[in-house]
Design a protein around this ligand. Structure first.
Ligand code: AMP
Ligand code: ZN
Length: 119
């Protein structure tokens, strides 16, 4: 996909530290980390978001989750981690190439969301 920053990273046209890679997926550090461990996991193939997945994408989505623990532990978050997949405008997605954030410690990452219902 032209002008997609994550496609360019997958293709090696923009540098990134490839902390995990296989035939279908790639993981690299977020450029603006929000926790000591902050890794992005992407499918190498351009998929816009979780609102755009096809049945044929299911194995890749499964692998993205299946490798998360290994990536988090390798990067220094052995005691657990959180995955976040922002989707669309309501989800706050800024880069329109599906990506999974892995955020982690050493300290707990904190509340899941800032409560806005019934405050
Ligand atoms: P999201 O809001 O879920 O779309 O998050 C997009 C993420 O991509 C943000 O956390 C950015 O810091 C990150 N990001 C943007 N450009 C790059 C880049 N070239 N390399 C690594 N991470 C990036
Ligand atoms: Zn892309």
């Amino acid at each position: 996909m032209d002008n997609c920053i994550f496609c360019k990273i997958a293709a090696g046209e923009i540098p990134a530290v490839r902390v995990y890679e296989d035939e279908d997926i790639l993981a690299f550090p977020d450029i603006q980390p929000q926790r000591p461990v902050h890794i992005l996991v992407i499918p190498k193939r351009h998929i816009v978001s979780l609102a755009h997945v096809a049945a044929t994408d299911e194995p890749i989505l499964g692998r993205m989750l299946a490798v998360a623990h290994r990536i988090a532990a390798d990067q220094g978050s052995q005691g657990g981690f959180r995955v976040i997949v922002n989707t669309g405008e309501i989800g706050g997605q800024e880069v329109m190439h599906l990506h999974m954030h892995i955020v982690g410690g050493p300290d707990p990452v904190g509340p899941m969301l800032k409560r806005r219902i019934g405050e």
